[in-house]
Write a protein that binds this ligand. Structure first.
Ligand code: NAD
Length: 300
């Protein structure tokens, strides 16, 4: 442990949480990692972390807790209730939830944290597994100023861009809007490549042109859905996630839920949700979200 190292628990060592937790270790913090999966725990141990199978045990003597879990129900169950971490961490502990979850769950858990005398922020991320590994994630943060200031030094280790979006839940709202845009832009990028293939246009030529034209977007130049142009994109690794298609579907459904309850008109977001639903049921269950190009090649 480094001179300025703090005791931190990291719960959820998956595709994103694993490398994020490793970056906290590298920065000198004393991190205990928790995950239901033995493989995830072993990978973290091999990278220099301590591990535990019990979240309640792991948070007993920490100063900060980071959670990176799949959905709202996991966050609610890990935080609240008799075995929840809010009941077992020392008063005044800082909680950072970086999972992407619905705004209501996020606000409910933040309220429970405040009632338990804790500081908490929601801090969902964008940037994918490459950003997680390189410590270049974007964090969208919701919560009081004081909690944001405490969270910032941790977020700066795991990310390159930290934005305080507003009160509790504002980070999740920003994330849902961003990912609706990403889902739509990935489908648009795939459609352009599918059309290019049909027209006999070399996909590399389309990439060379669009990456420097008005069609340029992150889905094209950072996460290209065909193998070749961007060597780090999952398309070069048989469309292994990455960011799994069911996770994208989850975010699009969160956006739809939020649009319905707020009265926003999001027809492209709804169509993107429909296509990701179809892909997640037909071959995309374990694929990266850019693999939706396979579905678009098939359907007409
Ligand atoms: P993942 O499924 O790889 O990891 C989640 C981990 O949480 C798993 O290892 C699982 O075993 C663990 N877990 C579940 N319930 C648990 C519990 N009760 N106690 C301890 N561990 C538990 O998912 P991921 O890709 O790392 O994504 C995590 C979150 O980050 C999601 O909300 C996702 O939407 C969001 N996100 C993912 C990406 C990406 O590119 N993968 C990008 C941005 C945001």
């Amino acid at each position: 442990m480094g001179e300025n190292g703090l005791r931190v628990a990291f719960i959820g060592l998956g595709n994103m949480g694993g490398p994020m937790a490793v970056n906290l270790v590298k920065a000198g913090h004393d991190v205990v990692g928790v995950d239901l999966s033995e493989d995830a725990r072993e990978a973290f141990r091999a990278a220099g972390g301590r591990v535990s199978t019990s979240a309640a045990e792991a948070v007993r003597d920490v100063q900060a807790v980071v959670t990176m879990l799949p959905a709202g129900k996991h966050v609610r169950s890990v935080y609240t209730g008799e075995n929840g971490i809010l009941a077992h961490a020392p008063k005044g502990t800082l909680f950072i939830d970086s999972s992407t979850i619905d705004v209501d769950s996020s606000r409910d858990v933040a309220k429970a944290a405040a009632e338990a005398g804790m500081d908490m922020v929601d801090a969902p991320v964008s940037g994918g597994i490459v950003g997680a590994a390189n410590g270049t994630l974007t964090f969208m943060v919701g919560g009081p100023d004081s909690a944001f200031e405490r969270a910032k030094p941790f977020l700066e280790i795991m990310g390159a861009s930290i934005v305080h979006a507003g009160d509790a839940g504002a980070g999740q709202a920003a994330k849902i809007c961003n990912n609706m845009l990403l889902g739509i832009s990935m489908i648009g990028t795939c459609e352009a490549f599918v059309l290019a293939e049909k027209l006999g246009l070399d996909p590399q030529k389309l990439y060379d042109i669009s990456s420097k034209s008005s069609g340029q977007c992150w889905s094209l130049t950072s996460y290209c859905p065909i193998p070749g142009p961007v060597p780090t994109s999952p398309a070069n690794n048989d469309y292994k996630p990455g960011f799994a298609a069911p996770m994208m579907l989850k975010d699009l459904l969160l956006a739809k839920e939020a649009a319905d309850s707020s009265g926003a008109n999001t027809p492209m977001g709804e169509e993107a949700a429909r296509l990701y639903e179809e892909f997640s049921r037909n071959g995309g269950e374990n694929a990266d979200f850019s693999g939706i190009i396979h579905l678009l090649r098939k359907t007409r």
